[in-house]
Design a protein around this ligand. Structure first.
Ligand code: UD1
Ligand code: UDP
Length: 366
């Protein structure tokens, strides 16, 4: 028996660590295949160190390119590894191109797959991730959902309920494990920050690829920086376009390299406000109870709005929303945090996988 995990991009790593640990606790033989979709040390290596992930058994070095070129390289590289390793199950995470390619390769080779973070939907097919989610969920053998709305979305797409397990959110497991290490002081000191500050992360193609959209967004973030200093650990994708749009380093707007996992979450923990277009950051701010303004038209994580600290904003409404959030602090409308976001999703997933490897389908209700 061998379980392979296919990982490639930054958000994959915190989702996978609890599953890898859970399977290790059950003594299941496993290996990580790193596709190399993300390759900068601050987008990849630092996460292996911070999360204690084992060394990959292979790194495909796929790198960047258009969707077609990147996906093609992923398909070729992954087919070779899967044929060589002959895994009993391949586990994939989230909605990135590495996830899509792994699912396609396994479907064609007849290798069963499990999808962690199944059933998220923004209902916006202009998002590359939405396309990936739909394909991945339709081809997976085991689907692990983080929140209840996923169950109805998957049922509506014809996915049999026997395949779907509501297990909670492994990204939140990683956050729970990191909590004792999350100290804002050293990062603040290194960055020379004292007093109240906001953190912003921006990398969605819809926000950063188009010059006009980037300009509108940067003007809005500058509107926030007039109220509170903003620290921007900038994803490589947005660097050039956002700089051209006026996002430049200065005393009220610090543009820095991406931060490692522990440093980033430490900084967020001490922040008065987060502005983001990230998926994972919407969830982490909900758990850390830091107000989060998500600059997007929609979210595939509505539970962070109904049971968390997240609000959707447009660039036009961002500065005023920041004023309100800075005055009010975190407000969770429902009063309680999302169900099963309790730090135990990894072990739940591991138990279902272990049973499945024995030919048993643990009832999704279990
Ligand atoms: C990918 C995911 C996105 C996720 C994001 C997380 C897809 C389709 N998108 O987007 O869902 O939110 O990761 O961070 O899979 N680059 C570097 N160094 C790196 C990696 C990328 O400089 O280590 C630059 C390259 O110029 C590259 C660009 O970033 O062209 C985009 O990288 P890519 O992996 O294609 O997509 P992301 O925008 O990172
Ligand atoms: N993150 C990080 N350093 C940063 C920005 C984000 O460690 O500078 C972490 C963040 O805490 C979360 C993950 O990266 O765990 C989210 O990845 P990203 O925003 O790139 O992708 P998305 O969730 O939008 O797919």
């Amino acid at each position: 028996t061998l379980v392979l995990h296919v990982l490639g991009a930054r958000p994959n790593f915190p989702k996978a660590a609890p599953v890898v640990n859970g399977l290790a606790d059950l003594g299941i033989r496993q290996g990580i295949v790193h596709t190399g979709q993300h390759y900068d040390a601050l987008m990849s290596d630092v996460f292996f160190a911070d999360l204690g992930l084992p060394e990959p058994i292979a790194n495909l070095g796929v790198g960047s390119g258009s969707h077609a070129k990147q996906t093609a390289a992923l398909l070729v590289g992954l087919e070779e590894v899967v044929e060589r390793e002959k895994p009993s199950l391949v586990v994939v995470y989230g909605d990135v191109n590495s996830t899509l390619a792994a699912i396609l390769v396994c479907a064609k080779l007849g290798v069963p797959t499990a999808h962690v973070e199944a059933g998220l939907r923004s209902f916006d097919r202009t998002m590359p991730e939405e396309v990936n989610r739909i394909v991945v969920d339709s081809l997976s053998e085991l689907l692990f959902a983080t929140s209840p709305e996923a169950l109805s979305y998957l049922a509506n797409e014809g996915v049999p309920s026997s395949k779907v397990h509501l297990v909670g959110n492994p990204m939140i497991d990683s956050l729970f494990s990191a909590l004792p290490k999350l100290d804002p002081a050293p990062v603040q000191e290194r960055l020379g920050i004292s007093g109240e500050y906001a953190v912003a992360t921006l990398h969605r193609p819809a926000n950063v690829d188009d010059p006009a959209a980037a300009k509108e967004l940067v003007d809005a973030v500058l509107g926030v920086a007039e109220q509170v200093p903003v620290i921007v650990p900038l994803h490589p994708r947005g660097r050039t376009r956002l700089a051209e749009a006026g996002l430049v380093d200065g005393p009220r707007m610090r543009i820095i390299d991406p931060l490692g996992y522990i440093d980033f979450l430490s900084l967020v923990r001490g922040a008065a406000l987060v502005v983001t277009d990230s998926g994972g950051v919407q969830e982490e701010t909900t758990m850390l109870e830091v107000p989060c303004l998500t600059v997007r038209m929609n979210t595939e994580r509505p539970i962070t709005v109904t049971h968390g600290t997240n609000r959707l904003v447009t660039p036009a409404s961002l500065p005023a929303a920041a004023t309100v959030a800075l005055a009010e602090g975190a407000k969770t409308p429902s009063g309680d945090l999302p169900m099963l976001w309790d730090g135990k999703a990894g072990p739940r997933i591991a138990r279902v996988i272990a049973a499945w490897l024995q030919g048993e389908n643990l009832s999704p209700a279990a």
